[in-house]
Design a binder for this molecule. Structure first.
Ligand code: ITT
Length: 206
């Protein structure tokens, strides 16, 4: 089985790292994140798309870590159709810069209360774009999404971010109620990482 010895995930979000570690399992021996590299500092996400922001994060970290390290970024968020795709790339700062997950969810629940349920449904999707970089070069892009609807109240304690208000299609539970195994099999991140796993399988060990 082809595997990677070391991968640095270009994220400061420990929940993302935990999911990525779990999904990759034995395919990567060591998965680090930016908590190990405080000297890199805050990376400004100035892009207008998930891919632009994922590229900014991967290339900034790759530039810093040099030619020998594989870097994988994750830019993700929730698109609500009746809100014109918001919060989208602004998911982490929907209620303002530095907002907590709870504040962002509260703002979203407030926004959907203004939607007429007869006129419009609460369909939404999580999206994730990952950029793999090495030697400050973009090597590959992986993406995934999962369709669902917004729950009108928070349900469940699992996961993070908007999990407790997102019900994936085919389930009447939110990601906050479903186990991490179930979420990871169908999630935007899980699907993007399936593509990364294929990429690992096709490369020579190193
Ligand atoms: P990094 O940029 O350091 O990776 P971040 O949390 O700021 O961390 P993003 O800019 O990609 O990451 O914002 C993604 C936001 O979208 C995140 O803060 C969550 O609120 C939400 N999100 C992404 N994936 C999610 C998931 O699996 N479950 C729930 N919410 C998610």
């Amino acid at each position: 089985m082809t595997s990677l010895t070391r991968l640095v995930v270009a994220t400061g979000n420990a929940h993302k790292t935990a999911e990525i570690r779990r999904i990759l399992g034995d395919l990567v021996s060591l998965v680090e994140d930016l908590s190990m590299y405080p000297e890199i500092g805050e990376i400004e996400e100035t892009g207008k798309t998930f891919e632009e922001n994922a590229s900014i994060k991967a290339l900034t970290v790759s530039r810093f870590l040099g030619d020998r390290v594989w870097v994988l970024s994750d830019d993700s968020g929730l698109e609500v159709d009746a809100l014109g795709g918001k919060p989208g790339v602004y998911s982490a700062r929907y209620a303002g810069s530095g907002a907590s997950d709870a504040e962002n969810r509260a703002k979203l629940l407030e926004a959907i209360q203004k939607i007429d349920p007869v006129e419009q449904s609460l369909t939404a999707r999580f999206r994730c774009v990952m950029v793999l970089a090495r030697g400050a070069e973009k090597i590959s892009v992986f993406d995934g999404s999962v369709e669902g609807v917004i729950a009108e109240t928070e349900k469940g304690e699992q996961g993070f971010g908007y999990d407790s208000i997102f019900m994936p299609d085919g389930y009447c539970e939110t990601f906050g109620e479903l186990s991490s195994e179930v979420k990871n099999k169908m999630s935007h991140r899980g699907r993007a990482l399936e593509q990364f796993k294929q990429w690992i399988a096709g490369k020579v060990a190193g």
